[in-house]
Write a protein that binds this ligand. Structure first.
Ligand SMILES: *[C@@H]1O[C@H](CO)[C@@H](O)[C@H](O)[C@H]1NC(C)=O
Ligand SMILES: *[C@@H]1O[C@H](CO)[C@@H](O)[C@H](O)[C@H]1NC(C)=O
Ligand SMILES: *[C@@H]1O[C@H](CO)[C@@H](O)[C@H](O)[C@H]1NC(C)=O
Ligand SMILES: *[C@@H]1O[C@H](CO)[C@@H](O)[C@H](O)[C@H]1NC(C)=O
Ligand SMILES: *[C@@H]1O[C@H](CO)[C@@H](O)[C@H](O)[C@H]1NC(C)=O
Ligand SMILES: *[C@@H]1O[C@H](CO)[C@@H](O)[C@H](O)[C@H]1NC(C)=O
Ligand SMILES: *[C@@H]1O[C@H](CO)[C@@H](O)[C@H](O)[C@H]1NC(C)=O
Ligand SMILES: *[C@@H]1O[C@H](CO)[C@@H](O)[C@H](O)[C@H]1NC(C)=O
Ligand SMILES: *[C@@H]1O[C@H](CO)[C@@H](O)[C@H](O)[C@H]1NC(C)=O
Ligand SMILES: *[C@@H]1O[C@H](CO)[C@@H](O)[C@H](O)[C@H]1NC(C)=O
Ligand SMILES: *[C@@H]1O[C@H](CO)[C@@H](O)[C@H](O)[C@H]1NC(C)=O
Ligand SMILES: *[C@@H]1O[C@H](CO)[C@@H](O)[C@H](O)[C@H]1NC(C)=O
Length: 810
C-alpha cells in the first residue's frame, strides 16, 4: 500500500442494466463477496482482504462475523462492530462482539461441545457455518450449525443484529443434549474477544482490559486493545448495546486472561479457567452489582444475556464511539431508530445509491466489474473532510497519518504520503465553487507537510522494523537531509523510500509554489525531489538494459557494485532494499519527472523497449508467493508502485500501447469472484485503478493531470464537483469481448464490433490532440469528452506529451 492513499471502497458487480433513470436501485448489482478471499480456496491470504458485512460509505462501524483464519468455515463470534477492509498483514479490530449461543453454560468439562459451553473457552462454542452466506449492500446473513441464523446490518457508528433461534426440540438435537438446559438461548458479549493473529507473533492484537455494566436489556462500557495490523498503541472503544426484548437473566462475568501475549498479565501455563458470574441483574435491578471490571490483572470481562427456551428471535442494536459511552448510546438510538432490521438495510441501500453508485451512470448491456473509490472526483465534500482530518491529526498529534487505525498513525511503508494527498487536492482546487483550494487551512496544511519533510519522527521501535520510526513521518529523514538519498547502510528500504521521498518533496514544492511557505521553499523542495537521481546507477545492467536504481552507501559508493541484481529485492520486506516491489519496478516510479527518467533510461527508444519488456511473461525473478497472484511479468498490477506503468507509453505519445497493456491487465486480473482482486485492495486502491480504467482515465497524483485511455462504455455520466456532469462517450459498441485485447482483432472484427483503440478525441465538441487533459478543463464545471474508437492501433496524438512539472537536473 504505497503511493496511493485512497480510502474506503465497495466493489460492484453490475449486470445488464436495462435503463438508467434517477430511481434505479444500483445496489442490486453489487456483489459484496468480491475480494473476500485469495488464491487458496477458503482463505483470505493474498486476496483483496475486502470486508464483507454491513457498512455505510465512510462508516466507522463495519459490522460482520469473525472467522477462524485456519478454517474459514468456522465462525468464531458474531458481530464484531469494527473491522478493517483491504489491509494485508495481521488482523486489526473484530472488537465489541456478540455471539448467539444455544445450550447449557454449566460447563461440566472445559473442552468439547458435549460438556456444555465454557464462555472462557471459544473451542466450546465456536460454530461451523452451514449453507451459503448471503450478502447484499447493507445486509449479511449466515447460518450456524447450532441452528441460529444471524442477520446483520450497519449504520455509521452502530450495527443491528438479529438472531433467529431454532425451535426448542431442534436446538436440543443440534446442540449437546446431555443436560436439561440444552435449549437455553444466550447472547455472549465478550470484551476479551478480538481478531487474533493465528500464527501469533509481534503484530498480534491483545486485549488490555475493560468494564461492562448492565441495565435491564441494555449494556455499556469500554474496552482497550493494542497491536494488530498497524502495530498500534492501545486504543479504547466505548460501546452501548440493547436488546429488543428483556432477557430473563443478565449477568456479567470475569475470568483469568490466558492469552499468551508478551509482557502481559497472563496465566498461559494454566488450563482455561471458569468464569465467575455476577448475580442476575433482574434479581436486584442494581447496576452496581452487575458491573464487571478487568481490574489490576487485566481479567477478561463480559456479559451473558439469557432468554427462555421458546424465544425465537432476538434483535439487538449496538453503538460504538472512540470518545465516550454516551456518544455510543446516542449513535445507537439515532442511527438505528427501529427494531426492524430492514429499515437499517434500506437506509444503507439508499445512502450507497445516492452518494456513491448514482455518481456514475450508463446504459449499457454488458456484464462487467467496477469499483467506486473516486472520492476526489465524485465525493468532494467527504474528501475535503478527510483532508481536514489529516491536518487536524497533525495539529493534535504532531504528524499526519499514513496507516491510521485505532487512533494510531502507523504503519508507514515508504514515504509520508499524506503529502501527496494534500498536494493533489491543492493543485485540483478541491471545493465546489472555490477558486482556491477548498475549505482547508493551507497554512496549517503546509506546516503539516513541512513537519514530514524537516523533522525526523521519534522512533517507537515497532517490532515490524525497529531501526527507525514507521509510525509516522519519514523514518529515514536524517539520511535524506544529509545525503539527498536514503543510504543502504543507513536505513532499511533505501530505494523505495528514496523514490517516495522524492515525490513527497515534489508535493511540498507545488504547495509552496502556490504561495504557502517561505520564499525559496518551492525551489528547495523541487531540488530535493530529484533525490532519486542520486541513487540511480548508470552502470548497472540487467536483461540488456542500462541504468537502474541501486543501493548506495552513505559514503557514496555503490553497495555490492558487481553482485547487484535489480530484479531481486531480498523479499521486498521491511528490511529489504525495496518494499513490495523490485528495483526494476521502482525504477519506473517517478511520476513528477518522466522527462528525466526517460533520459536516465537511455532515451525514448530504450525507454519503450524496457517498458515493453516488463509486460513479457516469465520475466519476473522475485518470488512473491501468494502476493504474486500468479503474475510472472515484472509488471505487478497487484501492488501500487506499478499502477502507472501500463500508462507510461503516454509519455512517448503512444497512447494505443497504454490502452492495450492496461486493458489486458484489467481483463486478466480482476474478476467477478471472491478471489476477484489480485492482491490486498489496500482500502480501495486496487479497485479504484479499475474504475479509472473503465472510465477511460488515469490520474497522475500530485498533478492536475489525467491521462486519457479508452472508456469501456458507450455512454457514461459522472457527477463531478458536487453537481456538475462529465459526459463520457465512446463510439465503441457491442459485447464484453470487445474489452479483451487478445480478442480484439479476431472475435470483435468477426462480430462487426468497433474495437477500443482510440482514433480521435473531442473535448466539449472540439478536436483534442493531446493524450492528457487538465483537471480544470472537464472535471470542475463538467463537460463532454468523446472517444472515436476502432480496431486498428493509431498514433492519434500529435500534441505535447504529458508534463514533467518536477523536471530537475542535478
Ligand atoms: C474445517 O472444518 C470442517 C468441519 O470440521 C472440516 O470439514 C474441514 O475439513 C476443515 N477444513 C480445513 C482446511 O481444515
Ligand atoms: C480462542 O481463545 C484463546 C484463548 O483466549 C485465544 O488465544 C484464541 O485467539 C481464540 N481464538 C479465536 C479464533 O478467537
Ligand atoms: C444426545 O443424546 C443421545 C442419547 O443420550 C446420544 O446418543 C447422542 O450422542 C447425544 N447427541 C449429542 C450431539 O451429544
Ligand atoms: C426489576 O425491574 C423489573 C422491570 O422494571 C421488574 O419487573 C422487577 O420486578 C424488578 N425486580 C426487582 C427485584 O426489583
Ligand atoms: C426485507 O427486505 C427484503 C428486500 O428488500 C425483502 O425481501 C424482505 O421480505 C424484507 N423482510 C421483511 C421482514 O420485511
Ligand atoms: C448523460 O447525460 C446526457 C445529457 O443529459 C444524456 O443525453 C445521456 O443520455 C446521459 N447518459 C446516461 C448513460 O445517463
Ligand atoms: C490556520 O492555521 C494556522 C497554523 O496552524 C493558524 O495559525 C491559523 O490561525 C489558522 N487559520 C484559521 C483561519 O483557522
Ligand atoms: C540542490 O541541493 C543540493 C544538495 O543539497 C545543493 O548542493 C544544491 O546547491 C542545490 N541546488 C540549488 C539550485 O539549490
Ligand atoms: C565506502 O565504504 C565501503 C564499505 O566500507 C568501502 O568498500 C568503500 O571503499 C567506501 N567508499 C569510499 C568512497 O570511501
Ligand atoms: C551481493 O551480490 C551477491 C551476488 O553476487 C548476492 O549473493 C548478495 O546477496 C549481495 N549482497 C547484498 C548485500 O546485496
Ligand atoms: C512461462 O513459463 C511457464 C512455466 O515454465 C511455461 O509453461 C510457459 O510456456 C512460459 N511462457 C512463455 C510465454 O514463455
Ligand atoms: C451547483 O451548486 C452550486 C453551489 O451550491 C451552485 O451555486 C450552482 O448553481 C450549482 N450548479 C448547477 C449546475 O446546478
Amino acid at each position: 500500500m504505497a503511493l496511493k492513499s485512497v480510502l474506503v471502497s465497495a466493489l460492484l458487480h453490475l449486470a445488464s442494466l436495462s435503463s438508467s433513470t434517477e430511481v434505479v436501485d444500483y445496489s442490486q448489482y453489487v456483489n459484496p463477496f468480491i475480494g473476500g478471499s485469495g488464491p487458496f480456496d477458503g482463505l483470505a491470504f493474498g486476496g483483496g482482504d475486502i470486508f464483507v458485512g454491513g457498512a455505510l460509505p465512510f462508516g466507522v462501524a463495519k459490522v460482520g462475523i469473525d472467522t477462524y483464519e485456519t478454517n474459514l468455515s468456522f465462525s468464531t463470534i458474531n458481530g464484531g462492530m469494527l473491522h478493517e477492509s483491504g489491509t494485508g498483514g495481521a488482523p486489526k479490530y473484530g472488537v465489541v462482539s456478540q455471539m448467539p449461543l444455544v445450550g447449557s453454560l454449566s460447563a461440566s468439562s472445559s473442552s468439547g461441545k458435549g460438556g456444555g459451553i465454557n464462555i472462557l473457552d471459544n473451542r466450546t462454542y465456536w460454530q461451523q457455518r452451514v449453507g451459503e452466506d448471503t450478502a447484499r449492500v447493507g445486509y449479511f446473513r449466515t447460518q450456524l450449525e447450532s441452528g441460529v441464523a444471524i442477520e446483520l446490518s450497519g449504520a455509521r457508528h452502530a450495527g443491528t443484529m438479529r438472531y433467529s433461534f431454532p425451535a426448542a426440540a431442534a436446538a436440543a438435537a443440534a446442540a449437546a443434549n446431555s443436560s436439561s438446559d440444552d435449549d437455553e438461548r444466550h447472547v455472549l458479549v465478550d470484551l476479551s474477544h478480538y481478531l487474533p493473529q493465528e500464527a501469533g507473533g509481534q503484530d498480534s492484537q491483545a486485549y488490555l482490559g475493560g468494564e461492562i455494566s448492565i441495565d435491564g436489556a441494555t449494556y455499556q462500557g469500554h474496552a482497550t486493545y493494542e497491536g494488530g495490523w498497524n502495530d498500534g498503541a492501545p486504543f479504547t472503544i466505548y460501546f452501548c448495546g440493547e436488546f429488543d426484548s428483556a432477557p430473563d437473566e443478565a449477568k456479567t462475568f470475569r475470568g483469568r486472561n490466558t492469552d499468551p501475549i508478551a509482557r502481559h498479565h497472563v496465566f498461559s501455563n494454566g488450563p482455561v479457567g471458569q468464569a465467575v458470574f455476577s448475580p442476575n441483574f433482574f434479581a436486584s435491578n442494581d447496576t452496581a452489582k452487575t458491573t464487571a471490571s478487568s481490574g489490576p490483572m487485566n481479567d477478561r470481562v463480559g456479559a451473558v444475556f439469557s432468554w427462555k427456551a421458546d424465544t425465537q428471535m432476538v434483535t439487538s442494536r449496538v453503538g460504538v464511539s472512540f470518545i465516550s459511552p454516551s456518544k455510543a448510546c446516542k449513535f445507537k438510538d439515532e442511527e438505528i431508530p427501529t427494531w426492524t432490521l430492514n429499515d437499517t438495510v434500506d437506509a444503507a441501500v439508499a445512502e450507497w445509491n445516492r452518494d456513491v453508485f448514482s455518481k456514475i451512470r450508463w446504459s449499457q448491456k454488458d456484464t462487467f466489474r467496477c469499483t467506486v473509490s473516486l472520492y476526489h472526483l465524485i465525493q468532494p465534500e467527504a474528501y475535503e473532510g478527510q483532508i481536514r482530518s489529516l491536518i487536524d491529526i497533525w495539529q493534535h498529534e504532531g504528524y499526519m497519518p499514513d496507516g491510521r487505525s485505532g487512533n494510531f498513525n502507523g504503519l508507514v511503508q515508504g514515504g509520508s504520503n499524506a503529502d501527496n494527498v494534500l498536494a493533489d487536492a491543492y493543485v485540483k482546487r478541491l471545493t465546489p465553487g472555490s477558486n482556491k483550494a477548498g475549505n482547508i487551512n493551507w497554512t496549517a496544511g503546509y506546516a503539516a507537510m513541512r513537519q514530514n519533510a524537516e523533522v525526523a519522527p521519534y522512533n517507537t521501535f515497532s517490532p515490524t522494523d525497529p531501526t527507525a520510526s514507521v509510525k509516522e513521518g519519514r523514518g529515514a529523514l536524517a539520511d535524506w537531509l544529509r545525503l539527498g538519498y536514503v543510504s543502504a547502510d543507513g536505513n532499511t528500504r533505501c530505494l523505495s523510500r528514496t523514490v517516495e521521498y522524492s515525490l513527497n518533496d515534489y508535493a511540498l514544492s507545488v504547495v509552496a509554489a502556490g504561495g504557502e511557505g517561505a520564499p525559496g521553499d518551492a525551489e528547495k523542495y523541487l531540488n530535493r525531489s530529484a533525490g532519486w537521481q542520486r541513487t540511480w546507477n548508470h552502470d548497472v545492467t540487467s536483461r540488456g538494459f542500462n541504468g537502474f536504481l541501486a543501493p548506495r552507501l552513505g559514503n557514496g559508493s555503490w553497495q555490492n557494485a558487481t553482485g547487484y541484481n535489480p530484479a531481486l529485492c531480498g523479499g521486498c520486506e521491511w528490511s529489504s532494499i525495496t518494499y513490495e516491489a523490485t528495483p526494476w519496478e521502482y525504477s519506473f516510479t517517478v511520476p513528477h519527472d518522466m522527462q528525466s527518467l526517460i533520459e536516465h533510461m537511455g532515451g525514448e527508444t530504450e525507454f519503450e523497449r524496457r517498458l515493453d519488456y516488463i509486460f513479457q511473461p516469465n520475466t519476473s525473478e522475485q518470488d512473491l508467493n501468494a502476493n504474486g497472484a500468479g503474475i510472472t511479468t515484472i509488471m505487478n498490477i497487484g501492488n501500487e508502485p506499478d499502477f502507472a506503468h501500463p500508462y507510461l507509453y503516454h509519455y512517448l505519445n503512444k497512447q494505443w500501447k497504454s490502452v492495450n497493456q492496461s486493458r489486458q491487465l484489467a481483463n486478466q486480473y480482476f474478476r467477478d469472484a471472491q478471489y476477484g482482486v489480485p492482491g490486498n485492495s489496500d482500502a480501495g486502491a486496487l479497485n479504484s485503478w479499475l474504475v479509472w480504467q473503465m472510465l477511460g482515465f488515469y490520474p497522475v497524483v500530485t498533478q492536475p493531470v489525467y491521462l486519457l485511455a479508452s472508456p469501456w462504455f458507450a455512454d457514461v455520466n459522472v457527477t463531478v464537483n458536487g453537481n456538475r456532469t462529465l459526459h463520457i462517450m465512446s463510439s465503441r459498441q457491442g459485447g464484453s469481448s470487445d474489452n479483451d485485447p487478445a480478442a480484439a482483432t479476431t472475435t470483435t472484427k468477426a462480430l462487426g464490433h468497433r474495437g477500443f483503440y482510440v482514433q480521435s478525441v473531442k473535448v466539449d465538441g472540439k478536436r483534442w490532440d493531446q493524450n492528457w487533459i487538465l483537471h480544470d478543463s472537464i472535471m470542475v464545471e463538467g463537460g463532454t469528452i468523446e472517444f472515436e474508437v476502432g480496431d486498428e492501433p493509431v498514433q492519434w496524438e500529435k500534441g505535447d506529451v504529458p508534463p514533467s512539472p518536477g523536471h530537475y537536473v542535478i
